[in-house]
Design a protein around this ligand. Structure first.
Ligand code: KG4
Length: 345
């Protein structure tokens, strides 16, 4: 293979509880392998210590599989891109150390990636034999995951500004924490989504926050949901079981309303109608439907990524690595991961 002509980026993602590796060739996806970690399920949340150990176990087999599935060899890789942050420090250290070892062994450059920036750039992953209709700049991205709820103004591939964000919990946390109160497994978001399909979204009303500008708040909703259940359970101990679908549908509707209120405001005030969504919560079917409705109502051009690219994955890391490679943005061997990291980095 001719290294002069082809840019092959190996992407490594290990920020939370998914170990993932991907190969992208000239912007086209060749492989995207993701190993989840079941070990956290019985704890009702990610246990950082266990996550880093599982990454340590998974990283070599996952990279090996990604390279094999891509039909290339390690010698073909042009550069290695890794998630530097934000995330769990112990988890990030595994990916960072692997990237350093690989970079040294192969004599190729290393590219640091901001995980949040990568979520936004997941929209630019190209797949062979698949339609490609990426957003045009500037666009707004509603980034909603287990750790973030932000509205990002994207001026260019590597030029982004956060114009609104949560002041407390993330939308994914609201799903997961309320799901836990109802006795649903972790992470609860997908279970709420599934049950909500059989429930009445107007059955119950929960408190919506009053927050300035384009910012979000979800901790009040969690408390309101908890007190509501506590009161109802005093009257009927089977309340949750009997009304689970209605509870899920009403909770989901409230979260979606909160997210969309600010997104609509941001679109109006910036005059931007090119809208995208990213992060784990963007897998929510109710949110996807509501966004499509808003797109018709407000004449937005809406971009919703494939499920595989919404949750944590290394394809988005490799894709962002591709753009940084084109700009010659490399990092040295003294790179350390960051638990917190601004999207501009
Ligand atoms: O981006 P992501 O994979 O990773 C982290 O933020 O770490 O997002 C995970 C979050 C979890 O809170 C999960 O409950 C939520 O995304 N999630 C969903 C759905 N699928 C995943 N929330 C609502 N509906 C879904 N279908």
């Amino acid at each position: 293979m001719n290294k002069e002509k082809n840019i092959l980026i190996l992407g490594i993602e290990s920020s939370c509880d998914d170990t993932s590796a991907s190969v992208i060739k000239n912007g086209f996806l060749l492989s995207n392998i993701i190993a989840g970690q079941k070990v956290h399920e019985s704890y009702g949340g990610v246990v950082p210590e266990l996550a880093s150990r599982a990454h340590q176990q998974n990283i070599i087999p996952v990279v090996d599989q990604a390279i094999k599935q891509a039909g290339v060899t390690t010698a073909d890789i042009t550069a290695i891109a890794f998630t530097r942050g934000p995330g769990l420090l112990g988890s990030l250290l595994v990916g960072t150390s692997f990237a350093k070892g690989f970079s040294l062994a192969m004599g190729i450059p290393m590219i640091e990636i901001n995980h949040l920036q990568a979520h936004v750039l997941a929209h630019f992953i190209q797949e062979y034999d698949q339609p490609y209709d990426p957003p045009t700049f500037p666009f707004l991205c509603l980034l909603v995951s287990g750790g973030n709820s932000q509205i990002i103004k994207v001026n260019d591939y590597l030029d982004m500004e956060v114009i609104g964000q949560t002041i407390d919990d993330a939308a994914g946390e609201a799903f997961d924490k309320c799901a836990k109160v109802m006795g649903l497994p972790y992470p609860g978001g997908p279970f709420v989504d599934k049950l909500a399909k059989e429930g009445n979204p107007d059955a119950f009303q929960f408190a919506k926050p009053r927050v300035a500008n384009f910012d979000y708040s979800f901790s009040g909703l969690k408390t309101s949901f908890l007190y509501f259940l506590r009161d109802r359970l005093k009257e009927n101990e089977n309340f949750i079981e009997e009304r689970k679908a209605d509870l899920c549908a009403s909770l989901q509707k409230t979260i979606i309303d909160i997210l969309l209120d600010k997104l609509i405001k941001a679109a109006k005030e910036t005059g931007i109608r090119e809208i995208t969504v990213a992060g784990g919560v963007s897998a929510n079917s109710g949110l996807r439907n509501a966004l499509m409705e808003m797109a018709v109502k407000y004449r937005w051009k809406m971009h919703i990524p494939k499920f595989a690219f919404t949750t944590d994955n290394a394809a988005m890391i490799a894709m962002t690595g591709h753009f940084k490679y084109l700009k010659g943005e490399f990092i040295g061997m003294d790179a350390v991961p960051f638990a917190r990291m601004d999207i501009r980095v």
